[in-house]
Design a protein around this ligand. Structure first.
Ligand code: BG6
Length: 482
C-alpha cells in the first residue's frame, strides 16, 4: 500500500545575529572546502549570518587572500547553488592568514588580526586539524589572550583513539578553555532528523508510553554507506569503523533514542541524560556481541586493501556490528543492534523500533508494528507499519506503512546548524567531555577485540559479513529496507 505522505508546515527560521569572527584552522583542507565553507555560504544566503561577521581562513599554505579565494571558488562553490556573483558577494566576508598551527610564533599575527576586528561579539576557533594539534593550538591561543568569555573552540572528531588519548586531549584543552567554551563536534548532532527524534519522543503523547521493554522488542541503529573509503584511505586506515562512526555518531543516536526524558533541552540537561544512558549500558562482551568486517573485491568494486594508500596487509575494519543491552528498568532485556559499514548494498542512516506483537492477538497474521526513522537530509522520513484489515476473510490483515516526510522547504546542512550554534555560543548540540569519555570506556573491550582478531571479509556491495547475522536474536533480523 502506498504511504500517504504528509508535509509539515515549515517554521520560520531562527535568526542568529551575533557579530562574529570565525577562524577556520585547516581552511584549505577537504572538510573546509566540501562542508564548512558551503555551509557558511548557505547560512549567509539565508540571511542567518550577521552582516559584519567575518570568516578568517587559516592554514599552513602560504597563500594570498586572492589565491585562497580562487581555491574556494573552485573547490567549495560547486557544493552550493551560488552563482559566481553570489559567491563573490559572500567572499567579502572572507580573509586569509597563513598560519602553522604547530608554530606558536604564528599566533601573534592571528591575535593582531582578531584585535583588528574589535566589534566581534563572538569569536570561534574551528580546529579542523589532526587531534595532536588541539592542545598546542589552544595553548597558543591562550598565550595571546584569545580565550576570553566570548571565545569558543570547536574540536573536530576524532577526539583521540581511545579513552586515554581522549582524556589527554580533554585535560590539555581544559588548561586553557572552560568546558562551556569547548564545542566537540559530531555532525550527526546537527542533523534535523535526529532533532526530530526528540520532538517525536517528547513532543507527542503517542510514543513515549510505549518506549520501553514492555512494548519494544528490539531496536536497530544502522549507518550504512555505499561508498568505500575513496581518497581517505591513509587517514581511515588508522581509524576504522568503530572509531570513525560508532564511538561518536552511533553512540549519539543511541543516546537520543534511549535516554530518559531530560529535564529540559538545555545543554547540560540534555547531556546529563545522554551520559546517564551510556553509564547504564551493560559491559560489552565482544566475543558474543561484536562482529567486524572488511570489504573485499567484488563485481568490479575494489576491496579495501586495494584502495589508494591502504597497505595490502591492513586489518582495519570497515564494518562494525554490536549488540548492546541497557541495564535500566526501561530497557532491561531489549537488544540494541548497532551497525555501520562502508561499501554496503544501500545507503541508510536509520533507527528501527520493532514493537512486540499484541498478547492474545485476534489477528494472528498481523505483523508486529515497526517504526523506521530515517535521519539523512535527503531521506528524512518516518514510517510506521500498521496492520489494516483486507476486505477478504474475517481475520485477514495486510501491513500498511504510514509515511511521514519531515522535510521542510530548505533543509540546512548539519554543518550549517552546528556552525550557527557555535557562533551563538550554544553548546547543546556538542559533546561534553564526560559523555565522550564514557563512550570510549564502554567501547574499550571492542577496541581490544579488534586488536586481537582480523575482521571478517565481506564482498563490496553486499549487506556485510555473514557472521553479523548471528547477532540478532531468533525472530529479529537486520532491517534491509521497507
Ligand atoms: C564522518 C566519517 O564522520 O561521517 C565518514 O568520518 C562518513 O567516514 C561520514 O562517511 C558519514 O556522514 P553522513 O552525514 O554522510 O552520513
Amino acid at each position: 500500500m502506498a504511504a500517504p505522505f504528509i508535509r509539515p508546515v515549515p517554521k520560520p527560521m531562527q535568526s542568529e545575529q551575533k557579530n562574529f569572527d570565525l577562524i577556520l584552522f585547516g581552511a584549505t583542507g577537504d572538510l573546509s572546502m566540501r562542508k564548512l565553507l558551503p555551509a557558511l555560504y548557505d547560512a549567509h544566503a539565508a540571511g542567518r549570518l550577521h552582516p559584519k561577521g567575518r570568516i578568517l581562513g587559516a592554514s599552513r599554505s602560504r597563500l594570498t587572500r586572492g589565491q585562497f579565494l580562487a581555491k574556494a571558488a573552485a573547490e567549495a562553490r560547486p557544493h552550493t547553488a551560488a552563482t559566481p556573483a553570489e559567491w563573490d558577494a559572500f567572499c567579502q566576508r572572507i580573509d586569509y592568514l597563513p598560519l602553522d598551527i604547530g608554530n606558536p610564533q604564528d599566533f601573534a599575527a592571528l591575535a593582531a588580526e582578531i584585535r583588528g576586528k574589535a566589534d566581534s561579539e563572538s569569536i570561534v576557533f574551528y580546529l579542523s586539524a589532526a587531534p595532536q594539534f588541539f592542545v598546542p593550538a589552544c595553548r597558543s591561543l591562550a598565550a595571546h589572550g584569545l580565550n576570553g568569555a566570548n571565545t569558543r573552540v570547536v574540536l573536530e572528531k576524532p577526539l583521540g583513539t581511545d579513552l586515554e588519548s581522549c582524556r589527554l586531549i580533554n585535560d590539555g584543552v581544559a588548561q586553557y578553555f572552560q568546558e562551556r567554551q569547548i564545542l566537540r563536534i559530531d555532525h550527526y548532532l546537527g542533523k534535523n532528523g535526529l532533532h526530530n527524534l526528540l520532538a517525536l519522543r517528547f513532543g507527542n503523547s503517542l510514543f513515549e508510553p510505549l518506549w520501553n521493554n514492555r512494548h519494544i522488542r528490539s531496536v536497530q541503529i544502522t549507518l550504512a554507506e555505499t561508498l568505500g573509503v575513496e581518497a581517505r584511505g591513509e587517514f581511515y586506515n588508522g581509524i576504522g569503523a568503530l572509531r570513525d562512526m560508532v564511538q561518536n555518531h552511533i553512540m549519539q543516536i543511541l543516546c537520543l533514542t534511549a535516554m530518559e526524558r531530560p529535564q529540559s533541552l538545555d545543554a547540560d540537561a540534555l547531556r546529563d541524560a545522554k551520559l546517564q544512558l551510556i553509564r547504564d549500558l551493560l559491559p560489552l562482551d565482544p566475543a558474543a556481541d561484536a562482529v567486524f568486517g572488511q570489504y573485499t573485491f567484488s563485481d568490479g568494486l575494489k576491496g579495501y586493501t586495494q584502495e589508494h594508500k591502504v597497505p595490502p596487509e591492513s586489518r582495519t575494519e570497515t564494518y562494525a556490528a554490536l549488540r548492546a543491552f541497557i541495564g535500566n528498568p526501561r530497557w532491561a532485556g531489549v537488544p540494541f543492534y548497532l551497525r555501520t559499514g562502508k561499501r554496503l548494498s544501500r545507503r541508510a542512516a536509520e533507527i528501527v523500533i520493532a514493537f512486540k506483537p499484541p498478547a492474545d492477538t485476534l489477528f494472528p497474521a498481523a505483523l508486529p508494528n515497526r517504526l523506521v526513522i530515517s535521519l539523512q537530509a535527503d531521506d528524512e522520513t518516518l514510517h510506521l507499519r500498521l496492520n489494516v484489515k483486507t476486505p477478504d476473510g474475517a481475520q485477514n490483515t495486510a501491513p500498511a506503512e504510514l509515511g511521514f516526510d519531515t522535510r521542510p522547504g530548505r533543509r540546512p546542512s548539519a554543518y550549517e546548524t552546528l556552525l550557527l550554534e557555535a557562533l551563538a555560543g550554544r553548546a547543546a548540540l556538542f559533546n561534553r567531555r564526560d559523555e565522550l569519555e564514557a563512550a570510549w570506556a564502554w567501547l574499550a573491550p571492542a577496541l581490544e577485540a579488534l586488536r586481537q582478531n582480523p575482521p571478517h571479509p565481506y564482498p563490496a556491495g553486499s549487506t556485510g559479513p555473514a557472521a553479523a547475522n548471528s547477532l540478532p536474536a531468533a525472530g529479529d533480523a537486520w532491517f534491509e529496507g521497507i
